[in-house]
Design a protein around this ligand. Structure first.
Ligand code: PMP
Length: 413
């Protein structure tokens, strides 16, 4: 990476060369990858780290006395330290490796929810949640009879904070909300909401799947009780993610899955479990994934969130201006605090048809419900076209998107 860290002097072409896939062509056209909210692309540093692991270090971890096992164990545990630094966790044992955000939330619903909730208790969610932060709570509701309270979203895509405050009532036992909306881009005022919930003794789970890619995260400053994110959205591999939880909470809840590595002693009569973090990492974990994730977090940290945010906010402002000028195009999600995600519909045109025409020009956008069906129902829609930008995107790519949408209008409009 060749980078002048002063915002404005950001050398996007040098950064793009770190990502081999960005040189791909689609049907003879250069790839314009604007589906970063679904998954980010991977820099060479991550790809090469994964290759080096399998070429030089591969072994199962924790149980081996031999050289390679110790190498792999060290790299895996160092990855946990990197995650803890990235989140500013007090201790690395508060960071549990999971398959991703989805598994992390299911872990909390099952282990924390199973122990702490009973019929009649309330969980506070919001209309803008991803299905991953809805369905695990519904499964629990159907098992034990908890109730889900849903905080509405305003027309701008901002959370209705007054409604939030009235919904965190006497029966509320947990608030679970997204830090950043994957469909609207809205950045929720997490710190303020967490402080409010805590004043009422209610813990908070923050779904950070979208936040981790765009914002510096400080779980101590946020004071969230749980924070989840997925490696693949922060330049890391798929199949690896993190559940952060405060040590006193994680340490007091039962394991999620049983198996090897999470036990202390097993007899047929009784099994005792290890402490944090192993009690939540049953079986052989995604060793290479964790190590690749650490390489990704190092890459992002080295670049600096300030530099990334400046580039992304420039793209957001430019794309918002250009898209808004297209006739019959309406943007959903206009919160003043938002990340570089733009959801829109084109009057009279099905999002999927637009997506296919864009694809023929090498432009990758996501179309559909983005795993937020209740949110779209709130806006009277079934979905949108979503362009989501990363720091390695360019204004020229925004222009190609706009030209593609003009073509869509000409062909279908
Ligand atoms: N929450 C949000 C806000 C997301 O954007 C996503 C991924 N689209 C998830 C949860 C689920 O993440 P994963 O599929 O990586 O588990």
């Amino acid at each position: 990476m060749i980078l002048n860290k002063q915002a404005g002097d950001f050398d996007v072409q040098a950064v793009r060369r770190d990502f081999p896939i960005l040189g791909t062509t689609v049907g003879g056209k250069p790839l314009v990858y604007l589906d970063n909210a679904a998954t980010s692309q991977k820099p060479r540093a991550v790809i090469e780290r994964l290759e080096r692991y399998y070429r030089e270090e591969n072994a199962n971890i924790h149980r081996g006395v031999h050289f390679l096992s110790q190498e792999a164990t060290t790299a895996y545990e160092q990855a946990r330290e990197t995650v803890a630094r990235f989140l500013n966790a007090r201790e690395s044992r508060e960071c549990i490796f999971t398959r991703g955000t989805t598994e992390a939330i299911n872990l909390v619903a099952s282990s924390w929810g199973g122990q702490n909730l009973q019929a009649g208790d309330e969980i506070v969610l919001t209309t803008m949640e991803h299905h991953a932060n809805i369905v695990p709570w519904q499964l629990l509701r159907d098992q034990i009879g908890i109730e889900l309270k849903i905080v509405p979203v305003q027309d701008s895509g901002e959370l209705d904070v007054d409604a939030f405050k009235s919904l965190v009532g006497d029966k509320a036992r947990l608030v679970a909300l997204c830090h950043v909306s994957n469909a609207l881009g809205t950045i929720n005022p997490a710190k303020e909401l967490i402080a409010f919930a805590h004043e009422r003794g209610v813990p908070v789970l923050l779904d950070g799947a979208q936040a981790a890619a765009h914002l510096p995260i400080d779980v101590q400053a946020l004071d969230c009780d749980f924070f989840t994110f997925s490696g693949h959205k922060v330049c890391g591999p798929t199949g690896i993610g993190v559940l952060y939880g405060k040590a006193d909470i994680l340490g007091s809840i039962p394991p999620y899955q049983g198996g090897g590595d999470m036990i202390d002693r097993v007899t047929f009569e009784k099994t005792t479990f290890r402490g944090l973090p192993e009690r939540f990492e049953a079986g052989t974990p995604h060793i290479s994934g964790a190590i690749g994730l650490a390489a990704a977090l190092d890459y992002v940290t080295e670049m600096g969130h300030g530099v990334m945010q400046a580039q992304e906010q420039d793209l957001l402002a430019y794309a918002t201006e250009r898209l808004s000028a297209l006739p019959g195009l309406r943007i959903y999600g206009t919160a003043p605090e938002k990340v570089s995600v733009i959801s829109f519909i084109m009057e009279g045109i099905h999002p999927n048809d637009a997506g296919e025409i864009l694809d023929a020009d090498g432009v990758a956008v996501r179309t559909g419900h983005h795993c937020t069906m209740p949110l779209w129902a709130r806006f009277g829609l079934t979905g949108s076209i979503r362009a989501s930008f990363a720091f390695y995107n360019t204004r020229e790519e925004v222009d190609i998107l706009v030209a593609g949408l003009e073509k869509v209008r000409k062909l279908l409009g």
